[in-house]
Design a protein around this ligand. Structure first.
Ligand code: NAP
Length: 247
């Protein structure tokens, strides 16, 4: 038997990058998987077919995680389609990097809405049905949320906010057997990090003890641990998956 057989997962931003690796890892461990995307409809449908080929139920939903009403409608649809949600992964996120001297209100608001308000939106609408069975909420932060980073004040604030939010949910919901943890990835190879220039990438690399960038699948593996009963006594924690960068 696989680690997630009988469980249903909802993952935001599952069409690319880390989210796509998470949904593949979940399916490979027997979970039925619902996931969202914002605009990558074709990629999302291709992943759905791939997951179904692994013998699980899968469906993609176009839904803006930063929008409260859309998050509410999404949770309702997933519950109608799958019957329950055992694992929620709040993974969707964006960057709008610039130094504070140049950062405008739109760049601040957008990053906070997509990265942090989305975590509230989905948790708010999933937590009540999850109380019936217990469950695991996994929120995607970043080591930048722990350490800060020049040029990423908006992103770092959103990711630090996720950590405080998650500790609070762990304390509120532990008695209902709902666990809530945070993953803080370091520098993972995805479209998001492709945007960085070579000089920045080399600077990161020289400071990573494992001397390589991370793979999205390596974040997926930690999600499997936290989503499964292997992580049954872990809640309120922030797990850095960063090749030792934040050490
Ligand atoms: P990515 O490759 O840019 O993929 C982002 C995903 O989020 C896509 O599936 C995208 O959908 C979705 N998305 C974006 N805005 C959305 C919205 N408003 N509503 C719903 N979905 C939305 O990013 P990634 O590198 O995989 O990052 C995933 C998460 O890990 C983010 O929270 C990021 O901050 C965090 N993280 C990444 C790294 C890294 O090194 N890559 C490091 C630390 C933390 P579409 O395909 O439709 O656009």
């Amino acid at each position: 038997m696989s680690l997630l057989t009988g469980k249903t997962a909802l993952v935001t931003g599952g069409s690319r990058g880390i989210g796509a690796a998470i949904v593949r890892r979940f399916a490979s461990q027997g979970a039925d998987v619902a996931f969202t995307y914002l605009s990558s409809a074709e990629k999302a449908e291709a992943i759905v077919e791939e997951l179904k080929g692994m013998g699980v139920n899968a469906k993609a939903y176009q839904s803006d995680a930063s929008n409260y009403e859309q998050a509410e409608a999404l949770a309702k649809s997933v519950l109608e389609d799958f019957g329950k949600i055992d694992i929620l992964v709040n993974n969707a996120g964006i960057t709008k990097d610039t130094l504070m001297l140049r950062m405008n209100e739109e760049q601040w608001d957008k990053v906070i809405e997509v990265n942090l308000k989305s975590v509230f939106n989905l948790t708010k609408h999933v937590i009540r049905p999850m109380m019936r069975t217990g469950g695991s909420i996994i929120n995607m932060s970043s080591i930048v949320g722990v350490t800060g980073n020049a040029g990423q004040a908006n992103y770092a604030a959103s990711k630090a906010g996720i950590i405080g939010f998650s500790k609070s949910i762990a304390k509120e919901m532990g008695s209902r057997n709902i666990r809530c943890n945070v993953i803080a990835p370091g520098f993972i190879e995805t479209d998001m990090t492709d945007e960085l220039d070579e000089k920045t990438k080399e600077a990161y690399l020289s400071n990573i003890p494992l001397k390589r960038l991370g793979k999205a699948e390596e974040i997926g593996d930690v999600c499997v641990f936290l989503g499964s009963d292997m992580g049954a006594y872990v809640t309120g924690q922030t797990i850095s998956v960063c090749g030792g960068l934040n050490t």
